[in-house]
Write a protein that binds this ligand. Sequence first.
Ligand code: NDP
Ligand code: A1CAB
Length: 264
Amino acid sequence: MNKITIIGGGNLGKSIISGLSNSNLFEAKNITVVDKSKYNLKEVEEKLGVSTSQNIIESIKDVKWVILCVQPRQLNAVLQEIKDVLTKDQILISTVTGTSIAEINEVVPNNKVVRVMPNTGAAKKLSMTCIAANDDVKEELSIVEKMFDTIGETLIIEERLMQAATVLGASGIAFFLRFLRAMIQGGIQMGFHPHEAQIIAVQTAIGAATLVAENGTHPEREIDKVTTPQGCTIEGLNEMEHQGLSSSVIKGVMASYEKINTIK
Ligand SMILES: NC(=O)C1=CN([C@@H]2O[C@H](COP(=O)(O)OP(=O)(O)OC[C@H]3O[C@@H](n4cnc5c(N)ncnc54)[C@H](OP(=O)(O)O)[C@@H]3O)[C@@H](O)[C@H]2O)C=CC1
Ligand SMILES: O=C(O)[C@@H]1CCC=N1
């Protein structure tokens, strides 16, 4: 029951495994990672002490939970490989972008499927994971929620919002990091060494996010506390807006959302 296999130990898979293996939910030896790459498997074996395999069929025997963590174009091959050996009581947890529960059930009609959309923050137990399932998968949904609660925040959503959750939560890591990089570049131009600019920008980003997370305030309320009248902050903010900061972020989010509907 408390065994889990992750098919795909790449960027996201490693982050999930890193979080799960440090949680109390699964013993490291009961987490098996399957990947084509021996390099990926050696890394998780050495760093996290989890079990590894290059044989999908062997790795899912006697396992209750199977996380699908391969790229969208690789999913069908994995489903075709496991469809005849899966038993009815095994639950599939799919992280795969853009593939619906119904599409997975077309290939494996007898297995319950929960869709999850975590992010790479999972490696630090700071994932934002959105979770969706069909109405008849309530009990398993709540166990999957507990599973992902061990690696960050979770939110149960309707499946129709999964693409939006992918853009906001999963791609969102990259979007925030690009802003962080720009802040570091500005810091260097003002005279800091890169590593100093990075320390300042990173801690400031953590502070900004924590204020909103812990105070429950709207970001603009926290901004108001920083903007001294006629001061340097409002000068900088207004220039960023004249250059289209909010508009370009919203346009970027929507471009990502349009793209996701074409991914297969
Ligand atoms: N990266 C992220 O931040 C997020 C990703 N996702 C989604 O999660 C999924 C995984 O993404 P990500 O981790 O970035 O992708 P990666 O390409 O980094 O990882 C997938 C891994 O699975 C391996 N693999 C593929 N097919 C098989 C197979 N048949 N048997 C064994 N191993 C296999 C790949 O090997 P090889 O490279 O040799 O093919 C690769 O190492 C994707 O669907 C993605 O859209 C969702 C949220 C966030
Ligand atoms: O870029 C992608 O398509 C995937 C989904 C979210 C993060 N990585």
